[in-house]
Design a protein around this ligand. Structure first.
Ligand SMILES: Cc1cc2nc3c(=O)[nH]c(=O)nc-3n(C[C@H](O)[C@H](O)[C@H](O)COP(=O)(O)O)c2cc1C
Length: 370
């Protein structure tokens, strides 16, 4: 393909995959695309293991990492020292009351404490902690660092470039994309509201061309709502140089998502991917569940700011629910293309299917425009 991002990384197709699952990362890169490992919630030890495994299985193909480098978690450093006073009582009571009423067994007290402590010790909150994780990753042959929250610091961009590593960042508005460009990013990922995970409010259809124009001539990847070849063709038609996908890999054979969640994803419709602050504290698109529904009730507390709401859901809710796999409470970040996901196939088949459909979309357009 005559494409700057393919040239930048020596890849065959400009399909970039975000995944927390190393198998997906490896398979996308081996299929000719580019896998990016989400490092959020990994301890340094786990990160080393994951990257070593990727290096051993990826056949020398390029891959990257995605980091949460928060700029607004100013109090986060203190959390580690006072985990028992983390949550205001009414928030704890709301989540506990919800699960008690549904008959979800509580966690034993000792276990709960261990879970919260281990969650806190594994999360990298502060810029220093994130930098330490990036230092570990830089000891591996990573080709790309993507910053999930905000613009990467100049020092990070300089350190990456000195090692030949490219840097990119996610943007939900043209002004954020411009800031990424000013900080020296090599390309920008424009994320429409349809996306799984943290999203803004602008649709991909409107956002992609406006970001392309704002940061030109910097390349842009279109993200949010890409799960098939016609959507890849649309991204290219709107001026993007490729796509960045997260949701489409979730039900794949290589994904580590638990089978009960895969089943719920495969049964969901587009409107079941709801945007809520109750999972992380920031607007995040996730699979509708009894938990997200409860936060829509008038008696629900306003979700806590990030990262506290995330810890509340993870430590007090998700762990309890996933232990016994209470289906109606199971949720997972996912975008509106969930309504289009109807079966479990391999990552390679998904990549090849996208390319085949993209090419037939081009033929159809060519025929129409002749
Ligand atoms: C399960 C899941 C977890 C995600 N976690 C992160 C994350 O940790 N960091 C990040 O930059 N983006 C994260 N995202 C968002 C993706 O990077 C990407 O923007 C989004 O998936 C693209 O839209 P799509 O879901 O329609 O493909 C996540 C997405 C999903 C589906």
């Amino acid at each position: 393909m005559n494409n700057r991002l393919c040239d930048m990384f020596g890849i065959d197709v400009p399909i970039f995959a975000f995944s927390h699952c190393r198998d997906v990362v490896v398979e996308v890169s081996r299929a000719g695309g580019f896998g990016v490992l989400g490092m959020a919630r990994m301890s340094p030890t786990r990160l080393r293991e994951e990257l070593r495994w990727i290096d051993d299985h990826i056949d020398g193909r390029p891959y990257g990492i995605d980091v949460l480098m928060p700029t607004t978690y100013s109090e986060a450093g203190d959390l580690k020292f006072d985990p028992d006073r983390l949550f205001p009582p009414e928030h704890l009571e709301f989540v506990r009351g919800l699960l008690d009423a549904a008959g979800v067994p509580p966690l034993p007290a000792a276990e709960r404490e261990t879970i919260i402590h281990s969650l806190l010790s594994e999360l990298s909150f502060t810029p220093d902690e994130s930098m330490a994780m990036i230092e570990i990753a830089m000891q591996h042959p990573i080709r790309l660092i993507v910053n999930a929250l905000g613009s990467p610091p100049r020092e990070l961009v300089a350190a990456a470039h000195a090692r030949g590593i490219k840097v990119a960042a996610l943007a939900g508005k043209p002004k954020h994309a411009l800031k990424h460009k000013e900080r020296g990013c090599d390309f920008v990922i424009a994320v429409g509201t349809e996306a799984g995970g943290h999203t803004g409010s602008i649709t991909s259809m409107v956002l992609w061309p406006s970001v392309v124009d704002a940061v030109a001539p910097l390349p842009v990847l279109g993200a949010g709502g890409v799960g098939r070849g016609r959507q890849v063709a649309a991204a290219l038609a709107l001026g993007c140089e490729g796509v960045w996908c997260g949701s489409v890999w979730l039900p794949s054979a290589q994904s580590e998502v638990m089978p009960e969640i895969k089943e719920r994803l495969l049964a969901a419709e587009a409107e079941d991917a709801v945007q809520t602050r109750c999972v992380t504290g920031k607007p995040c698109r996730t699979l509708r569940s009894a938990f997200t529904d409860a936060y829509e009730r008038p008696d629900a507390p306003d979700p806590l700011p990030a990262p506290l709401q995330n810890l509340l859901w993870w430590g007090e809710g998700r762990t309890r629910v996933e232990r016994v796999r209470t289906r109606e409470f199971l949720t997972y970040p996912v975008g509106q293309i969930v309504g289009d996901l109807r079966g479990t196939t391999s990552v390679r088949e998904i990549v090849y299917g996208m390319m085949a459909e993209m090419l037939s979309a081009r033929e159809r357009l060519d025929a129409m425009l002749e």
